[in-house]
Design a protein around this ligand. Structure first.
Ligand SMILES: [Zn+2]
Length: 74
C-alpha cells in the first residue's frame, strides 16, 4: 500500500500536466495567452507557464506588461 502510494504520487502523465495549465487574458486588449500553446512568434515555447515568461515579454497586441494579465481557468 505504501509503495503504491509513493509510485502513484510520482507518476505524472502528460494529461495531468496539461490539466494544470491556464490561460491569461490581457486586461487592456483582451489578447489571450494560453500556456498550452505559448507565444512561439515571440520566443515563448508551447507549455511555458505564465510565471516562467521573462518579465521583458509584453502583450503581442498592445504591448502591455505581464502585470496587466489576469488568470483565467481553461
Ligand atoms: Zn494586450
Amino acid at each position: 500500500m505504501q509503495i503504491w502510494s509513493i509510485r502513484f504520487g510520482s507518476f505524472i502523465t502528460p494529461g495531468d500536466r496539461y490539466s494544470d495549465m491556464a490561460a491569461w487574458v490581457c486586461t487592456k486588449c483582451g489578447y489571450v495567452y494560453d500556456e498550452r500553446f505559448g507565444d512561439p512568434e515571440h520566443g515563448i515555447v508551447a507549455g511555458t507557464l505564465f510565471e516562467k515568461i521573462p518579465d521583458t515579454w509584453v502583450c503581442p497586441r498592445c504591448k502591455a506588461a505581464k502585470p496587466f494579465f489576469a488568470k483565467k481557468k481553461v
